[in-house]
Design a protein around this ligand. Sequence first.
Ligand SMILES: *[C@@H]1O[C@H](CO)[C@@H](O)[C@H](O)[C@H]1NC(C)=O
Ligand SMILES: *[C@@H]1O[C@H](CO)[C@@H](O)[C@H](O)[C@H]1NC(C)=O
Ligand SMILES: *[C@@H]1O[C@H](CO)[C@@H](O)[C@H](O)[C@H]1NC(C)=O
Ligand SMILES: *[C@@H]1O[C@H](CO)[C@@H](O)[C@H](O)[C@H]1NC(C)=O
Ligand SMILES: *[C@@H]1O[C@H](CO)[C@@H](O)[C@H](O)[C@H]1NC(C)=O
Ligand SMILES: *[C@@H]1O[C@H](CO)[C@@H](O)[C@H](O)[C@H]1NC(C)=O
Ligand SMILES: *[C@@H]1O[C@H](CO)[C@@H](O)[C@H](O)[C@H]1NC(C)=O
Ligand SMILES: *[C@@H]1O[C@H](CO)[C@@H](O)[C@H](O)[C@H]1NC(C)=O
Length: 606
Amino acid sequence: MALSAVFLGLLLYVQVSLGQNSSTTLTSIAGTSSVQAANSSTTTPTITISVPSSTITNTGGASFPPVGSITRDFSPSGLEKLWDVVGPVESPPFTTTVVPHTPVVLPSPPPTLYPSFYANRPKDILPHLKYPKGFLFGLATAAYQVEGATKNEGKGPNMWDWASRQPNAIVDNSTADITDLQYFLYKEDVARVAALGVTAHSLSISWARIFPFGTADSPVNQEGLDHYADVIKYHRESGVEPIVTLFHWDMPLALQAYYGGFTSGQIVDDFVNYAKTVFSAYNGTVKTWFTFNEPRVFCSQVASYPFNITYAPGVNTSTAPYQCSYNLIKAHAGAVKAFREMNIVGEIAFKSDDFVGTPWRKNTTDDAAAVERHAAFQIGVFADPVYVSGDWPKILTDTLPPDYLPRFTKQEKKDILGSADFFAIDAYRSQYISAPAEGLDACLSNGPSDPEWPQCNDIQEFDSNAMWAVGASADTGAPWLQDTSRFLRSAMKQIHKRWPTNKIYVTEIGFAQPLEGQRTELYRIKEDTDRTNYIMSYLGELLLSIHEDKIPIMGAFIWSMVDNAEWGQGLSTRFGIQYVNYTSLERTYKRSAMELSEFFEAHLHN
Ligand SMILES: *[C@@H]1O[C@H](CO)[C@@H](O)[C@H](O)[C@H]1NC(C)=O
Ligand SMILES: *[C@@H]1O[C@H](CO)[C@@H](O)[C@H](O)[C@H]1NC(C)=O
Ligand SMILES: *[C@@H]1O[C@H](CO)[C@@H](O)[C@H](O)[C@H]1NC(C)=O
Ligand SMILES: *[C@@H]1O[C@H](CO)[C@@H](O)[C@H](O)[C@H]1NC(C)=O
Ligand SMILES: *[C@@H]1O[C@H](CO)[C@@H](O)[C@H](O)[C@H]1NC(C)=O
Ligand SMILES: *[C@@H]1O[C@H](CO)[C@@H](O)[C@H](O)[C@H]1NC(C)=O
Ligand SMILES: *[C@@H]1O[C@H](CO)[C@@H](O)[C@H](O)[C@H]1NC(C)=O
Ligand SMILES: *[C@@H]1O[C@H](CO)[C@@H](O)[C@H](O)[C@H]1NC(C)=O
């Protein structure tokens, strides 16, 4: 459903205090959301705002200006010119931080999922095993996907603000202009998950909120810095450790327009400058940092519509992902070098994604070779240089000439090797891998004319004998995702063997419950049994991974704290352990949230 349709006919009644203290509190009365003055002792006058139906559609955005055609004008009118590239933006229904309802009262727990002869209650799963002391029980979000308030408090536009308005870019035509409005509802969200016993929240900072124009020589937006200072402080006061990612795909539009973003080497200094600004601001209040979220996915995205028209000179769709990888890894290493030189408190790494894989057929060595290619292209591309060798995996340099994949200098290798304090993996799934249908050798010798080149390997979602699925499928909006808990332990062993570290965080796991985006009755939506099974199985497997396989896993983060804007899938594919009603912005715990809470309470070492 389009966001414009969701908002059609909606009236949100917003009561805003006009007094000094403009904090507001969100209350929900009979399905109608209203915002009231928090400080009921004041008698300041109030106004009532009704938010009109949206007139914004996702086809309003202009096509992207040729790279280099926008001049660097760091004035308010310069910022407005950047927003003109995006097009009109939907304003949020309120623009002050909502005071949470505390204490949060949890609903009574859901009835046991299945009879006990089929499934245990969460507390009875592997009851003799505990997570180690200090283990982070976390939830994850990302700025673009949850914040909304996209043009508020001085933020500059990012590339997803633009992309979400291009025709056919987002399946349900929604934007993330408002999405969960966590930008103003973060206190409510943190209080609600603290009540579940959650001990960490992996969130991301929006670069364009700190530097609306992105560049090192452009002004800092103090409102943005102050906002995240409050966010971090509130987390700590609530007993929820804030864990910060500097870049979760929300590229400042200015940098894409000036020089083509990560396809240009100019990005390195600008990213390092942004990182240093944020490190200084929150030194000591954030202990665990990530430079980049899933760089491999991000750098693949730059070659796909609509991002494929925004390259630096000399870069094209075939080479862009590798130019991006080269510049991004240097930006990562530069930020980590600064982190260490500045004596920033804590630990830092980046978030890998994907899996090594299992050979699909036992009777062909091509499938075993395909697994090696998969590991190299999906994880090794960033993890080999950082954790093992300082250089690209040999499979990549053997396949890709230097005009595709630039080679590192001696100094670059030195800077990159060791630029992480631990390993982080978004471990949603792990699957079978096969050689391409025409055979591995054929794919390699065909070169760029082969649609499977340069990876030359295929994912298989069912076994090679009887075609049984690897696991239950997620919603059709997440066709890449199955419940592959059966492979999780071997996946973690592979990671630890190939990229050894003393500590691993499983930084994202999660599941899109089939049909959730289409259902309308809350009692059906709350009953997310497939997500619950996925989470329980994964967390149980992680316990075994820790205790039986001796893998040093020290945190697990469920994606996601709340339903949110799932990139190209828009608002129609839901990953939250809490349901978000996008008309009232009300949050509701799903079964998975309650079972997760029970599981962790029983398995955390205290
Ligand atoms: C406004 O309310 C917030 C939250 O209750 C409080 O921390 C702040 O001190 C108040 N500000 C003023 C000016 O009263
Ligand atoms: C979402 O909120 C709207 C407005 O309050 C309400 O009419 C609707 O029933 C809610 N949807 C669900 C699934 O609860
Ligand atoms: C309410 O307002 C009074 C007077 O301005 C102030 O002292 C107090 O801190 C406010 N309380 C909250 C919760 O904002
Ligand atoms: C999205 O908008 C396009 C017009 O740009 C329209 O053709 C399409 O049907 C819309 N899709 C949905 C799911 O509303
Ligand atoms: C970008 O991708 C779209 C959709 O696949 C395609 O039609 C277009 O030609 C591509 N443009 C460039 C410059 O690669
Ligand atoms: C960060 O905090 C540590 C510990 O307080 C301090 O030694 C270091 O100088 C700080 N670095 C910066 C850049 O503020
Ligand atoms: C491998 O086994 C499959 C059946 O499991 C068979 O179809 C295939 O021909 C075999 N391949 C080779 C190279 O023996
Ligand atoms: C893209 O760039 C590569 C490397 O310079 C070149 O070999 C290739 O022909 C280019 N592709 C297109 C479609 O221009």
